[in-house]
Design a protein around this ligand. Structure first.
Ligand code: ADP
Length: 530
């Protein structure tokens, strides 16, 4: 037994170590790490989302810039062709043609090498403003000479970067140098585009924003210089925009973007919280699985222990009656028993020992049939009173022999029930056998059969050692025997009551016990009336 215990303790501790190393430690470490990192994760998530917003704005800016470049290179071709024109006409015609189909452009002009100012206008923008525009160009070029020189240098490097000047609240002028086509060195003209801010926003910016918007964002464009909203993808009721950037080509205009219905902070916090919650759930499931695993393992171990005890018990159980039978039979065979009374006692012992043996073997066989689901019951309509009388009759002698006072009360009439008579007998024999085995000095067995509402009940009462309250449920488990000295000294397999319970379940009835230590026990079987 000690060796067995050692064997079974090892798997439990081994399983615990494996589970700890493979699951608990990594998960616990990961959980602690995640908890410690939650603030950092939140910041990281926020910066990822932020970068997403930034990149959206970047792509819009890029798009506007490309649009400007297309216009600029078209105008540069015109500028070069007009570099030596000494009159405005007919160059202006070409400029007008250039403006066609470009609603955001209110005007375009070229100042050539001969300082001729060629200009065309479109839409509401009146050519009356020509002197104003000219003044603006002259002023800008002289006041921001350094910036202009840089623009020239960049143009030589093949990069058009305009000088931005504000004409009025609605218009912005973009000035850029045009270089000689062959040398790509000397400036042959200064070109300019007059942009209608609002139309630019409507035609270029808003169109691009609409194409991008999948409904997750709110966009707006506003003129910073006068705090004026030029465009909003929807009504945003004064909500703060988390991310904004100036338009590269119209720096007074600001592109703004925010998440719809939430903020970056809320989004990243919710995401972090969800991750932690998920982690918590995984931990919970693991804890439950561990509890379940340990319980199952412990239970299986206990069962294995009981099975081993069972094998030891049963071997003993088989050997004792067999050697008694053999001893009596051999003595009788040698004719060494002088008086008849003694002979009869020997015969009786042989009969009672072999019936014990039969009982034990029946229990074991039945149990194994139940385990392998091969046990079949034959139900018929029976009179339980009759069955009880039969069993008591065949058992009476055994009881008398052991000095038991027996009383049997059958309350007639009894309704018939559906039952397998053999199974009922087996259940009863097991109860009687236990009553005999577990009685000390007060040797008394009372059997009662009665009818109560829709049940017929059979009870077997003894005045034996009794069963502690804490054990009263367990004794119906297979192989279970109370850890009492008397119990250990009596023969048994621990299968009797498990069989009784099974039999009663098959009969849709029940078995219960009422017992007090030192005073005795009463087992009651209840059968439903057919
Ligand atoms: P076995 O009698 O072979 O040990 P059972 O399944 O019939 O197995 O009974 C299980 C245990 O229940 C017994 O070992 C004993 O501890 C307890 N028990 C059963 N019947 C009685 C009884 N009438 N009085 C006291 N203890 C009992």
């Amino acid at each position: 037994m000690a060796g067995f215990r050692r064997r079974i303790r090892t798997p439990i501790s081994r399983i615990s170590v494996i589970v700890a190393v493979a699951l608990v430690i990594p998960l616990a470490t990961y959980t602690i790490y995640q908890l410690a990192q939650s603030g950092e994760n939140e910041r990281l998530l926020r910066s990822i989302y932020q970068r997403q917003l930034d990149s959206i704005l970047f792509s819009v800016n890029q798009y506007c810039w490309d649009r400007f470049n297309t216009w600029a290179s078209e105008l540069a071709v015109l500028g070069r062709s007009l570099k030596d024109a000494d009159r405005a006409w007919p160059g202006v015609r070409n400029l007008r043609r250039f403006l066609r189909g470009k609603p955001p452009l209110s005007g375009a002009f070229v100042v050539n090498r001969r300082d001729v100012f060629l200009m065309a206008t479109a839409g509401q923008f009146s050519s009356v403003r020509r002197p104003q525009l000219r003044r603006l160009v002259t002023r800008t070029l002289s006041e921001r000479e350094a910036v202009w020189n840089r623009a020239v240098r960049q143009a030589r490097a093949g990069y058009t970067r305009p000088l931005v000047a504000r004409l009025d609240v609605d218009h912005t002028v973009l000035l850029f140098p045009v270089l000689d086509a062959e040398t790509a060195d000397s400036v042959v003209a200064t070109c300019g585009l007059v942009i209608d801010d609002q139309r630019f926003v409507d035609d270029v910016v808003a169109r691009k924003l609409n194409a991008i918007n999948t409904g997750e964002f709110i966009f707006a464009v506003s003129d910073q210089s006068r705090n004026h909203l030029l465009y909003a993808s929807e009504d945003f009721e004064g909500n703060r925009f988390e991310t904004s950037e100036s338009l590269w080509i119209l720096p007074d205009l600001r592109l703004q973007i925010r998440l719809r219905g939430t903020t970056l902070e809320q989004l990243s916090r919710a995401r972090t919280r969800r991750n932690l919650l998920f982690l918590g759930a995984v931990n919970g499931i693991l804890a439950l699985a561990l509890v379940f695993l340990l319980r199952t393992v412990t239970h299986e171990m206990a069962l294995a222990r009981m099975k081993t005890a069972f094998v030891a018990n049963v071997s003993h159980e088989l050997r004792t009656p067999l050697s008694l039978i053999r001893m009596y039979a051999e003595t009788l065979e040698l004719d060494r028993v002088p008086d008849d009374a003694k002979k009869r006692r020997y015969y009786r012992s042989i009969v009672s020992e072999s019936s014990r043996l039969t009982q034990l073997i029946n229990n074991i066989l039945d149990f194994s049939r139940i385990e392998s689901k091969q046990k079949r019951y034959k139900f018929t309509t029976v009179d339980l009173g009759g069955i009880v009388e039969r069993v008591v009759d065949s058992y009476r002698f055994h009881l008398d022999q052991n000095g038991f006072a027996l009383s049997l009360q059958i309350q007639r009439p009894l309704p018939e029930v559906q039952a397998d008579p053999e199974a009922v007998e087996q259940a009863l024999v097991n109860l009687l056998d236990n009553a005999v085995k577990f009685s000390n000095d007060r040797r008394e067995v009372n059997i009662r059969v009665w009818h109560e509402r829709d049940k017929v009940a059979i009870s077997v009462e003894d005045r034996g050692i009794g069963i502690p309250e804490s054990e009263q449920k367990k004794i119906f488990e297979e192989f279970y025997r109370v850890g009492d000295d008397l119990v250990h000294n009596t023969r048994g397999s621990g299968l009797g009551l498990a069989l009784v319970k099974h039999i009663m379940r098959v009969h849709r009835g029940s078995v219960r016990v009422r017992s007090k230590v030192g005073e005795g026990s009463t087992f009651t079987l209840e059968f439903p009336v057919a």
